[in-house]
Design a protein around this ligand. Sequence first.
Ligand code: NAP
Length: 295
Amino acid sequence: MKITVLGLGLMGQPIAERLQHCGHAVVAWNRSPDRLETAKEAGLKVEADLLKAIKVADVICLALSDATAIREVLLQSSVSAELAGKLVLQMGTVAPEESREIGAAVEVASGGYLEAPVLGSIPEARSGNLIVMAGGSDENYQRGLLLLRCLGKQVQHVGFLGQGAAMKLAMNQLIASLTAGFSLSLGLVRSEGVDVGVFMELLRESALYAPTFDKKLSKMLEHNYANPNFPLKHLIKDLALFQQVAEKTGIDAGLPEAMLRVFEKGSSNGHAEDDYSSLYEAINPEMDMGVDQGC
Ligand code: NAP
């Protein structure tokens, strides 16, 4: 299958590499030339001209940051005119309504559209261990399945268009609230001088434990959030999408709203590009200022 990957950011690059590893003919495109260079060095075939990259593809795989980027790249008229007969596989995190709008525009251009957002990050993309939450018609799901099975250890056809996007937002809301909840409790434990080891031992034995706590603990203890797989700015984007959807569907948006307020403080304090677990610093500002009592 000839696949063009649009967007070679943190996720797009390993997704393109994985697809090539599975034997697909991959062409990679990115807006900024520096990432094209990195992709070339990693052995990918790159194409700087967007239209040429689109023309050679059977499947166009989108790993762009948000719906605005997708509209700018895919739905400009010269590109739309080339979509007939091709399948667009949208893997970024967008709102259900945004995905339905993009899907409708692709179908007007006589292309097929499947949303396929993913849970997991760079290592999972590299090793084909993502969790894929597809939404769209059976026909488009079947067309994309071979490719999705190369990327995902679990590929789920969640339902119709918008439902895959909704599932992804539901998951990312949990990333936000679990990490915020853990940061609050860890902050209290540390500020009271309680042994963090004992706290973790008890937590692991309880029904409250989630594996993400141990994954993020050392970053929080060391205040080191460098080299992120998933930066705070993306979690803020996803939580803002969740909040908008909640408002429309009648879910009380107070909790996401409150979390966003705190996370944005972290972002403006210089953590936007850091690992999302840096939200710990915004929740526990005194520790950020060096009042940390250790563990
Ligand atoms: P990223 O590293 O920030 O990369 C974003 C990509 O979008 C870059 O290729 C960037 O191109 C491109 N882009 C942004 N605005 C654009 C525009 N207006 N026109 C053209 N290209 C544009 O993001 P990522 O982490 O790969 O994430 C991509 C998507 O997957 C996001 O929706 C994210 O929420 C989702 N996701 C991420 C992870 C993760 O762990 N990172 C996991 C699951 C899902 P330039 O290089 O030119 O800026």
